[in-house]
Design a protein around this ligand. Structure first.
Ligand code: K2U
Ligand code: NI
Length: 185
């Protein structure tokens, strides 16, 4: 199982690489990695398991974060208690094929499992995206996301392109908010 010790941190050059596209059918190794990344997210969102293994909660994990420079990220955005997740899949070779002009940012800013420090500020992202990706079976999907799930996927896709969340924060005024940017509470 993936533990926090397996997640590489800011300063490791892999986090700044552009990850390699994944070919299909998946190798046994890539299939296992996809499963392990999703299991990490499930474990990290289970209070007992997270406490037992000292896991930071995560709604996304990209392969480069476990030092594998491949275009693959697991996303698990929970739904309301007892309901199905809003988004649960391993997104492979993801591409944002269209997006809103309107930007959005989380009111509380962002964190990252690979960044062991607080970096305050708004992270402006597209409020709505149309995302094309392949799942572990190689089946192509086109989905439309908005608000928080869209933010999560953009955070993970950034990891596949060597981008970290604080790269987007306004250096002069971290909480600069253009009038038309939605602040998501
Ligand atoms: O480091 C990662 O990629 C996982 C991030 C993803 C993320 C951070 C901020 C905004 C959207 C996505 C972790 O999930 S950060 C911890 C966390 C946990 C639960 C909810 C929000 C953030
Ligand atoms: Ni991150």
């Amino acid at each position: 199982m993936i533990l926090m010790k397996d997640i590489i941190r800011e300063g490791n050059p892999t986090l700044r690489e552009i990850a390699q596209p994944v070919s299909f059918p998946l190798s046994d190794e890539d299939r296992q990695l996809a499963a392990d990344m999703m299991t990490f997210l499930e474990n990290s969102q289970d209070p007992e398991i997270a406490a037992k293994y000292q896991l930071r909660a995560g709604v996304g994990l990209a392969a480069p974060q476990v030092d594998v420079s491949k275009q693959m990220s697991a996303v698990l955005v929970p739904g309301p208690e007892g309901e199905a997740p809003i988004l649960k899949d391993v997104i492979i070779n993801p591409k944002i094929i269209s997006h809103s002009v309107q930007d959005a940012a989380l009111a509380e800013g962002e964190g990252c499992l690979s960044v062991d420090r607080e970096v305050p500020g708004y992270v402006p992202r597209h409020d709505r995206i149309t995302l094309r990706y392949q799942d572990v079976e190689g089946v192509s999907h086109k989905i439309r996301l908005k608000n928080y799930p869209a933010i999560v996927c953009q955070h993970e896709i950034d990891h596949l392109n060597g981008i970290l969340f604080f790269d987007h924060i306004n250096k002069e005024n971290p909480f600069a908010a253009p009038d038309d940017m939605i602040i998501l509470e």
